[in-house]
Design a binder for this molecule. Structure first.
Ligand code: 3VV
Length: 252
């Protein structure tokens, strides 16, 4: 009985929280679902509140991470003059959840394609501080994305230092977030130069910019530095291709 009720409630929670994801500004959150049943559910009220935003500070964030967070978060409150005398806030923090499309799994359409146990790679270790702690900030005017990352002890590669694959993941996430500003994309190419190792537990800043566009292609560059910018850890370039998200989800 209790289990049955639990199932009903968790299903309901999934459906109602879909509307939260739906309303988010980032294009990846506006997946064009065709199922009318899912659409109609998106207007249900939210008795369970929002899903947990994991890109907010927690007790494991060190002073450097906190300082960077406060800096970029303060930029998210700065208004600039836009065309027509209107005010705009170009910097935005991207909220972080443990799945990109978690709250669409109740849908008839998505349920066939997305495993219910799927977790975003960078958010799949629940212990705070053990793996990737991060927040992403995006400036859509300047087409820039900055990630602040504190890299935990479960990401070891060389003794005491961060695994190159974990660094690639960080870069893919920051550049991917920037590339997906105008719609769904996939990484086609990631080219990384590892310049100096990153110590486990350290905080790094990851800055990425759009270098060039050619049709469906977006060329993005990225660098990973120490919080004060004096030490270059990694440089990368990435190529993203815009895709039809329906085709991805349908596996075509
Ligand atoms: C998913 C987005 C995330 C959004 C997040 C939003 C929320 C923000 C919050 C949190 C951020 C989290 C962010 C995570 C980000 C993770 C992203 C990934 O890791 S994606 C997984 C790894 N990538 C793959 O698995 C791709 C596998 N490859 C493919 O699917 C295809 O190859 C694809 C889509 C890349 C291209 O296939 P075609 O069929 O659409 O296109 P064709 O015809 O092959 O190529 C078109 C043009 O591009 C060139 N091209 C293709 N691949 C190339 C390559 N590797 N290098 C150079 N050129 C290439 C071709 O030569 C062609 O160029 P010509 O038009 O002739 O000039």
């Amino acid at each position: 009985m209790t289990r049955g009720l639990g199932r009903v409630f968790s299903g309901f929670k999934r459906l109602v929280t879909l509307s939260v994801m739906w309303s988010m500004k980032h294009p990846m959150y506006s997946v064009p679902l065709r199922s009318p049943s899912v659409r109609s559910m998106a207007v249900l009220p939210l008795p369970f509140g929002k899903p947990k935003d994991l890109s907010l500070p927690n007790a494991t964030w060190g002073p450097e991470m906190m300082q960077l967070y406060e800096h970029y978060n303060s930029l998210c409150k700065v208004e600039v003059e836009a065309e027509g005398g209107q005010k705009k806030v170009p910097w935005k923090r991207i909220p972080g959840y443990n799945r990109l499309l978690k709250y669409a799994t109740g849908g008839v359409y998505l349920s066939k394609m997305i495993q219910s146990k799927a977790r975003l790679f960078t958010r799949n270790i629940r212990e705070p501080g053990a793996a990737f702690e991060y927040a992403l900030f995006i400036n859509s005017e300047e087409e820039k994305c900055v990630g602040i990352w504190q890299v935990g002890h479960l990401l070891e590669g060389p003794p005491g230092h961060v695994h190159g694959g974990a660094i690639a993941t960080i870069i893919d996430t920051v550049t991917g977030c920037l590339a997906s500003l105008s719609g769904a994309v996939m990484t086609a190419n990631l080219n990384i130069n590892y310049r100096s190792p990153i110590q486990l537990g350290n905080t790094v800043v990851v800055e990425s910019i759009v270098d060039k566009r050619e049709g469906r292609k977006k060329f993005i560059s990225c660098k990973v530095t120490s919080p004060d910018g004096t030490k270059l850890h990694t440089e990368a370039t990435a190529l993203f291709l815009s895709i039809d998200i329906n085709q991805l989800l349908l596996g075509r």
